[in-house]
Design a protein around this ligand. Structure first.
Ligand SMILES: [Zn+2]
Length: 249
């Protein structure tokens, strides 16, 4: 019993330094972190690897270094928020490429609708986080393009921590009110522009729902923060406070 408690208090096994160095060399976001934030991310990544099972599917194989990279990308949005952001779920499933899911919905008239969606990532409130390895690789190859599927899905996980997937993560009450107001305004303006067929500065998927707006804006914070600051300065300021300064500046 005592042994168990001591083990838990010691925290997770640190990551093999060679694997961490390789992850930092491979991932542009890690390369850009200062030493202090790099150490925080290494600790978060170790907690992720200790607490979660990473399962490659569909014939994909992932070596130890690739698992460290996946965990580190998922932990980027927790640099400021901390390891509480890892609570509530335990599985990361990784498909080789975009994956199909069966959807069904019974409408108000009682008619069952079924269809397939092709996804590159998905996050269920208490269930697994699912990523496409090919799309993670595409994000790494073009880190300033405004896309980062691992950050997108982790934003949903953080959003859901307060029990509501609504585009507002857990925040102190006063900040939450400002956040909800500023995000709603920016979301409404974006949805209006999409409806009118206007050119918009960020990926139009953000106009799907408030929670997608938060997740897509989070991708821009990490991948193309300048575009976000120009298009939506108030949203960008909230995300900078919530996630810390973007590693890509
Ligand atoms: Zn999403």
């Amino acid at each position: 019993m005592f042994g168990l408690i001591r083990r838990l208090r010691r925290g997770p096994q640190p990551i093999d330094p060679a694997l961490w160095r390789a992850a930092c060399a491979a991932l542009p976001w890690l390369r850009a972190l200062d030493a202090e934030r790099n150490a925080v991310l290494a600790d978060l990544t170790a907690r992720f690897l200790a607490g979660k099972t990473i399962t490659p599917l569909g014939g994909l194989a992932l070596d130890a270094g690739q698992r460290v990279q996946l965990a580190a990308l998922c932990c980027l949005p927790l640099l400021h928020f901390g390891s509480e952001g890892l609570h509530g779920w335990s599985q990361l499933l990784v498909y080789p490429d975009a994956f199909r899911v069966n959807r069904s919905h019974v409408d108000a008239a009682g008619v069952l609708h079924q269809w397939d969606d092709e996804l590159i990532g998905e996050a269920w409130e208490a269930g697994p986080l699912i990523l496409s390895w090919a799309d993670v690789q595409a994000d790494i190859a073009d880190p300033a393009a405004g896309f980062c599927v691992a950050v997108h899905e982790m934003a949903h996980k953080i959003d859901a921590l307060d029990g509501a997937l609504d585009g507002t993560p857990p925040l102190p009450r006063a900040w939450q009110r400002e956040w909800a107001r500023d995000f709603q305004q920016a979301y409404d303006a974006l949805a209006r522009d999409v409806d009118r067929g206007r050119r918009i500065a960020i990926d139009a998927y953000a106009a799907e729902a408030p929670e997608e707006f938060f997740a897509v804006a989070s991708e821009y914070h990490f991948s193309d923060p300048r575009t976000l600051r120009r298009a939506m300065p108030k949203v960008a300021a909230h995300l900078e406070k919530f996630y810390g300064a973007s590693p890509l500046g």
